[in-house]
Design a binder for this molecule. Structure first.
Ligand SMILES: NC(=O)C1=CN([C@@H]2O[C@H](COP(=O)(O)OP(=O)(O)OC[C@H]3O[C@@H](n4cnc5c(N)ncnc54)[C@H](O)[C@@H]3O)[C@@H](O)[C@H]2O)C=CC1
Ligand SMILES: O=C([O-])CC(=O)C(=O)O
Length: 313
């Protein structure tokens, strides 16, 4: 299995590292626009192989997509991260240009690849990659839900003083303040979370999760990478090992949840064909309302991208 990671910055290099040391791929190609940067990161990861004992070959290239040819999966992390005081949506015009040109190069050399978008604003960058690639919606998806769910699970594990391994949860909607956590579908070792935690603490955790990305931007002056890079690698693993994992993933909805033509995080089954199935939960009225708010926000940003593209045409 060959995996390309575009963008050798914080998230891309972390993702490539996890793919290598967990031997998720035989070959990982890192691509960056900065001269020598991807080459250096790939060499560093390769030099770790004798220490951490793995065989995965890591190769770095400066904008040379011929080396990415025949990739099974491509992860797009290229683009600006936000700084304190910015929203993810503020990145739209710069990152849309980057994601669009990267996607063109990817499909030219790897027409059968499955594409996982990480660049922000996530839902709308997934839209940009999908319309550029012209691939079926099952093969172009965005990573955010695994990360958001992981933050929620980590906060819950801390509050309950239990292992994060035992917390199962799902979130839906856009990657931003309008994400839709679903406490009704959260369990701790099979026990509904509402039986173990009071409403006030749970509400505070939900709130912290919604602002989880911003909390880290404020602390570090740039956005997170360990959990995001690992989350993207986990999606790659589900695909290349045909694991049929159930994850929240950003995908174009075509009637599911009564939504058409908008890219949102929903639970899916992830396997060798990409999105094998979208799971439709029976949401209650409150949850439907939250999802509708999230849909409205993502649609607004999609429209903003359409306007940017129209003004360039
Ligand atoms: N979906 C999610 O949950 C998350 C998304 N992100 C997003 O991921 C993106 C990357 O974040 P970081 O890795 O922290 O940023 P970074 O600045 O560390 O790395 C980005 C890399 O992209 C490269 N790049 C820029 N234009 C390129 C092009 N045309 N072709 C190839 N490479 C190019 C840059 O040279 C840089 O090395 C950001 O947009 C960030 O907002 C970050 C964390 C979580
Ligand atoms: O917050 C950001 O800008 C990066 C991101 O999407 C996250 O960490 O959730």
């Amino acid at each position: 299995m060959k995996v390309t990671v575009v963008g050798a910055g914080n998230v891309g290099a972390t993702c490539a590292d996890v793919l290598a040391y967990r031997e998720i791929a035989n070959e990982v190609v890192l691509v960056d626009i900065k001269e020598g940067f991807a080459e250096g990161k790939a060499l560093d990861i390769w030099q770790k192989a004798p220490i951490n004992l793995y065989d995965t070959r890591t190769v770095g290239v400066t904008n040379d997509y011929t080396k990415t040819a025949g990739s099974d999966v491509v992860v797009i992390t290229s683009g600006l991260p936000r700084k304190p005081g910015m929203t993810r949506d503020d990145l739209i015009s710069t990152n849309a240009g980057i994601v669009t040109s990267v996607t063109e190069n990817i499909v030219k050399h790897s027409p059968d690849a499955i594409i996982i978008v990480v660049s922000n604003p996530l839902d709308v960058m997934t839209y940009a990659a999908h319309i550029t690639s012209k691939l079926p919606r099952t093969r172009v998806m965005g990573m955010a839900g695994i990360l958001d769910t992981a933050r929620y699970r980590a906060f819950l594990a801390e509050a309950l003083n239990v292992s994060p391994k035992d917390i199962q949860a799902v979130l839906m909607g856009g990657h931003g303040d309008t994400m839709v956590p679903l406490p009704r579908y959260t369990t701790v070792g099979g026990i509904p979370v509402t039986e173990l935690i009071d409403k006030e603490t749970l509400d505070a955790i939900v709130d912290r999760t919604k602002n989880g990305g911003g909390e880290l931007v404020k602390l570090m002056g740039t956005s997170a990478w360990y959990a995001p890079g690992s989350a993207a690698a986990q999606m790659v693993e589900a695909i290349v090992r045909d694991q049929r994992r159930v994850f929240p993933v950003c995908v174009k909805l075509e009637g599911e949840y009564g939504i058409d033509g908008v890219y949102l995080g929903v639970p899916v089954i992830l396997g060798k064909n990409g999105i094998e199935r979208i799971i439709e939960l029976d949401l209650n009225e409150d949850e439907k309302q939250l999802l509708e708010t999230s849909r409205g926000h993502v649609k607004e940003v999609m429209d903003a991208l359409d306007n940017i593209n129209a003004s360039k045409a």
